[in-house]
Design a protein around this ligand. Sequence first.
Ligand code: FAD
Length: 404
Amino acid sequence: MAASQQNSQQTGFDIIIIGAGPAGLALARMLGDMELKIAVIERHGEKVLQEPPEDGRDIALTHSSEATMRALGMWAYLPEDQIGLIRDAKVVNGTSPFALHFAAQGSGAEYLGRIVPNHLIRKAAYEVVRDQPGLTLLCDSEVVAVATDTTGGHVSLKDGRQLEAALIVAADSRFSATRRKMGIATHSTDFGRTVIVCEMTHELSHDDTAFECFHYDQTLAILPMHGLKSSVVVTLPSTRADAVMAMAPEAFAADIAARFDMRLGRMQLASARHAYPLVGVLARSFVANRFALIGDAAVGMHPVTAHGYNLGLSGAGLLADELHKARQTGRDLGDMAGLRAYESTHRRAVLPLYHGTNALVRLFTDDRPPARLLRDVALRLGNFLPPVKSGILRQLTHIEKRER
Ligand SMILES: Cc1cc2nc3c(=O)[nH]c(=O)nc-3n(C[C@H](O)[C@H](O)[C@H](O)COP(=O)(O)OP(=O)(O)OC[C@H]3O[C@@H](n4cnc5c(N)ncnc54)[C@H](O)[C@@H]3O)c2cc1C
C-alpha cells in the first residue's frame, strides 16, 4: 500500500514537511530509521510525484551528493543511461581564446561530478519514501495557515484538516509561501535575466567536458550528458527570452551551435525548451520556534554555479543529524538548540556560495570594458594560482562534511 493511503486521517505527527520536492523527500528518507510519524504535504497530485514531468533542468551533482543519494537508495532508481559524467570543466570569457580549465585528472578524483535530469531525481526521491513506515504523504493538499507555539506546530489545510507536530519543516521552493507565513524575511536578487534550458544532441563528442561561456550578450553553459547529448543552459536578459523561446527549433539549434563555435559540430534540439526567471533568494533565518527551512526555501541559488540541490541535500543532511542527536539524547525534536546548530553549520556553507555566485554573475554579465578586462584577469589568476584553483575544485566536488 502506498504511504499516502496509510493514516490519511491521522492529524498528530512528529514532523510535518511541507513540499515533496527532491529536498523535502530526501529529508523524509533521512529520518526513515527514527520510527517517527512524518507527514509530507504536497500541493500536486501523487501521479506527478510518481512520474514527474521533464522540466529541462539537468542537475550537476557533487561527489558528496552522489554519496548521499547512494546511501538513501535514490541512486539505484536512476537509469544508468541517463547519468552523465563531468570529467573536465572550462570557463571561457567572450571571444578570448583563454579558458580557465578544471580537470579531474591530477585532482585525486576520477571525475568532477555527475549530471542527472531533475525529473529523474524527483522520481527517485519519491520511490525511496513511497513505502516508508510511519510516513503519510498528503498530496493535492494546500496549506492555508501555519503557526508554532511552545507546545508544537500547527498546520491548517484547505480541506479543513488541522495537523499538529513537534517540528514543521518547509521545503516548498524558493518562493516558499510557508516561509512568508512564518514571517521570515529574505535577501533576494532579481537578476532581470531568464535562463532557458533544454537538451541537445550533437555530431561530435563532448569528451565529458562542461563549458561555461560568458559572451557579452548572453551566457551559455553546455553540460555533458550520457552519449552524444548535452544539457544547454542559455542565460539572457529577460526582454529577449520570449523571442528566443519562439525561435524555430532548427534556427535555435543553429544559433547555439554557432555560439559554441561549432565545437560539437551540428546540434539538434532533443527536448522542449523551458524558461526560468533568475531570482536568487536567501532566507534571513533558516529556523524559528519549532520550524526549519531546507532546500530552495532556505537558499535558492542562481544556477550558474550548480549548487542548488547540492546545498539542498547537504542542508537536509545537517538537519537530519541534529534530529537524530535530539532523539538519542532524549530532547524534543523541536528543541531550539538543535535547530540553531543546523542553521549555523548550514549558513556557514551557504553564505560564501550564495554571495560568491551573485558576485560572479554580476561580473560576468557586466558589458562595460573594465568588467570584461577584470573577467579575463580573474580567469587567468584562477588558472595560475593553484590554491585558488584547488579551492574551486574542492567546491565543485564536495560541499560540507556531515558528522554521521
Ligand atoms: C535551470 C536550473 C538549473 C539547475 N541546475 C542545478 C544544478 O546543476 N545543480 C544543482 O545542485 N542544482 C541545480 N538547480 C537547482 C535545483 O533544481 C533546486 O535546488 C532543487 O530542485 C530544489 O529542490 P526543493 O525540493 O528545495 O524545491 P522544489 O524542487 O522547488 O520543490 C518544492 C516542492 O514543494 C511543493 N510546494 C510548493 N509550495 C507548496 C505549498 N504551499 N504546499 C505544498 N507543497 C508546495 C512543490 O509543488 C514542489 O513539489 C537548478 C535550477 C534551475 C532552475
